[in-house]
Design a protein around this ligand. Structure first.
Ligand SMILES: Cc1cc2nc3c(=O)[nH]c(=O)nc-3n(C[C@H](O)[C@H](O)[C@H](O)COP(=O)(O)O)c2cc1C
Length: 662
């Protein structure tokens, strides 16, 4: 790897359990959902091999099947010992790139964030999970000893297959965390009672792992640094746990995470509504409690300068990157080679979490449409033999993604943007709370497109005739979508336009900074993240904001960790919620009176100081150009919302695919 970097400490080698790390960067464990039948898949190997090729010195797998009772889970079933070839190929693919491969040991215990309860759940005590109210079966001491034996045997199998070590996931509210916390562990035997008792399971597991795998096997420990729950584990308690579990110095590194499997789960994937590196305050405190065991800093460290700064100030010895390496596996290589400007940055939007947990698809990223593909690392679109003239209509993130890929392939690309600014809807999202990171998507795309020779013409809404006159071989249509007015809004009022859709309302509202009297009513059948960011922006400008939805709650199309943050902020900011309801339009609305009616019983909640009525609803594609262009014999590829209105993940993915397809 060329070393023209300023980040000297970040790229200084390190050693764990006698094994060399070429730099200080580890890829944190990320569930990729790429092993549906419990065996190693090419996709899983490729995902980690890419992070290794991209320059990480160590990568931790997602949780593996290390215990017999995990047989039914979609994870690689190590304990069975029947996929040694797969595990060996996995280890070889990663280790041959000078990257240490660690298998993660984890069990969800009582934790469940899907609907329903888990009748198979195990835990320290028969106390309910905070999210599903699953009550686990309390493990007996014999059960605990059997689990330790099974895990040690599985780890020894990993070692035989070429893995460099394991990481015990004892944070995030999972089984080991449940044992550590007095909130979930009320045992009175030797595995409970006090800190020594509550840490005993993990302590005995470490001893068994060391005995089974020897001193040249890396054992990492992920611990709760602050789980945010009352009478549980805050930084002070984390210090006690860290101290107890490192006294024997038989673990090789410790990292601390936030959140529990509870209403604080959002803390485990800190998002863009909070500060960068949010765990730093407890990381700094806790590094002194580890008896000299190296500390790996974790949590929304997105930039090489931040990472290097942490190490330079001696606040940690290693840096773990989860989402930033999903967004760009070549992050280390680019930082080392003086190409920080070329990194596709993590937005901390947790779209990746939504992909696996809500959409049940392999991990995906809004800023990296190629996660896990063979040519993902430092992707350079292959040159075409048949350059074409390509017109991209729309300068949002779908159009720009198509534009840079097509231009880099050697096509002659012209982009027309109707607005004077780049980014489309994403630009607007960037102006709302939690939006600062969004610009990194279109900034990267714009620079890449211009570098590849694309012409970007802004402030021009092109008509079909103009496009046809350019004689393009292909048109990529990225013209977005428009919110569909709700049925309760009379056609005449729609035409007058004084009940604007949320986007139009925002563009108007963001122009002024003072506060306005009265209530804003936001009718919501959109239920995606941006709607609630908009509600926060409106709340900052009006006396009151009230969200009205016909569903039983809000944010139903947002995955859990982001939804928790939305619900918390809506409550903290006193934004009103009326669920199972719709506005009823009548003449009094013009005088500022609006009835909000329960959809089942007709009960009315009356607003008498209405200042703004707006709606966030499903969108219809703005694809009117398709028919005339196709009639003129021009192939049209619709992308993003112009193809099927959806979230940003689909915008960049479909734009990227179109850029490859032309
Ligand atoms: C999509 C996703 C999947 C994750 N899967 C795991 C996991 O399987 N095991 C684990 O210990 N942590 C998991 N995490 C947490 C990360 O390892 C990490 O602690 C967290 O994302 C904060 O680091 P980051 O800001 O660098 O992403 C996951 C996080 C995300 C966003």
């Amino acid at each position: 790897m060329p070393q023209t970097t300023d980040y000297t400490v970040l790229f200084t080698p390190f050693e764990l359990a006698g094994k060399r790390l070429r730099n200080r960067i580890a890829h944190a464990s990320m569930t990729t959902l790429s092993t549906p039948v419990g065996r190693v898949t090419e996709r899983l190997i490729q995902y980690h091999a890419n992070r290794a090729v991209g320059g990480a010195a160590l990568t931790v797998t997602e949780p593996l099947g290390m215990m017999h009772h995990q047989a039914g889970l979609p994870r690689v079933q190590v304990w069975r010992g029947d996929d040694a070839d797969g595990l060996k190929r996995f280890a070889e693919a990663v280790e041959s790139q000078d990257c240490r491969l660690l298998g993660q040991i984890q069990d969800a215990g009582r934790g469940r964030h899907y609907p329903g309860r888990n009748p198979e759940a195990i835990g320290p005590s028969a106390l309910p999970d905070d999210l599903s109210w699953t009550v686990p079966r309390a493990l007996t001491t014999a059960d605990i000893k059997a689990l330790i034996e099974q895990i040690a045997a599985s780890a020894s199998h990993l070692k035989a297959c070429g893995f460099s070590g394991v990481e015990i996931s004892a944070g995030h509210g999972h089984l080991f965390h449940q044992f550590l916390s007095p909130w979930s562990n009320r045992r009175t035997d030797e595995y409970g009672g006090d800190w020594e008792g509550r840490t005993r399971f993990v302590a005995e597991l470490v001893i068994a792992l060391r005995a089974a795998c020897g001193s040249d096997f890396i054992i990492g420990l992920k611990l709760p640094g602050d789980d945010g729950m009352p009478a549980s584990i805050g930084p002070a308690e984390a210090g006690i746990i860290g101290d107890l579990l490192t006294r024997k110095r038989n673990v090789d590194y410790v990292c601390f995470a936030g959140g529990a499997h509870a209403r604080t789960l959002e803390m485990h994937t800190p998002d863009r509504f909070g500060p960068p590196i949010p765990y730093m305050h407890f990381i700094k405190e806790l590094r002194h409690r580890l008896n000299g065991v190296p500390l790996m800093a974790l949590g929304r460290i997105t930039d090489p300068a931040e990472a290097d700064g942490i190490l330079t100030r001696d606040e940690a010895s290693l840096i773990a990157l989860g989402r930033p390496l999903v967004a760009d596996p070549a992050w280390p290589r680019k930082a080392a080679g003086g190409r920080t400007w070329d990194i596709r940055y993590c937005l901390s939007c947790n779209t990746c979490w939504g992909a696996i947990v809500m959409m049940h698809m392999p991990i995906a990223c809004v800023n990296n449409p190629r996660v896990g593909r063979p040519d993902e690392v430092d992707f350079a679109p292959p040159r075409t033999d048949t350059p074409k003239r390509v017109v991209v209509v729309g300068a949002g993130i779908a159009g720009l993604e198509a534009a840079w890929v097509a231009a880099a392939r050697g096509h002659d690309v012209t982009v027309f943007g109707a607005s004077n600014v780049i980014g489309g809807k994403a630009w607007l999202r960037g102006r709302l709370p939690g939006g600062e990171t969004v610009s990194s998507i279109y900034d990267y795309q714009t620079v890449a497109a211009r570098r590849a020779g694309a012409h970007i013409i802004l402030g021009r809404r092109v008509a079909a005739a103009e496009i046809i006159a350019l004689r393009p071989d292909t048109v990529i249509l990225a013209t977005g979508s428009t919110m569909i007015p709700p049925d309760w809004l009379p056609a005449a009022v729609r035409a007058e336009g004084w009940v604007p859709d949320l986007r139009t309302a925002l563009i108007e509202t963001l122009r002024f900074t003072g506060r306005q009297a009265g209530t804003t009513v936001l009718f919501d059948t959109d239920h995606t993240e941006a709607t609630y960011a908009a509600a926060e922006a409106l709340q900052a400008r009006f006396d009151r904001v009230m969200i009205v939805t016909p569903r039983e709650t809000i944010a139903t199309d947002v995955q859990l960790v982001t939804r928790q943050g939305i619900l918390r902020r809506i409550a903290q900011q006193r934004i009103g919620l009326v669920t199972l309801a719709e506005p009823r339009w009548n003449d009094a609305c013009a005088e500022g009176r609006l009835d909000i009616v329960n959809i089942y019983n007709g009960d009315v909640c009356a607003i008498d100081d209405l200042a703004l009525l707006t709606y966030a609803t499903p969108r219809t594609p703005d694809d009117a150009l398709t028919i005339p262009l196709r009639a003129a014999g021009i192939p049209v590829i619709p992308v993003g919302d112009a193809r099927a209105p959806q979230e940003m993940l689909f915008a960049t993915a479909s734009g990227h695919a179109a850029g490859e397809a032309v």
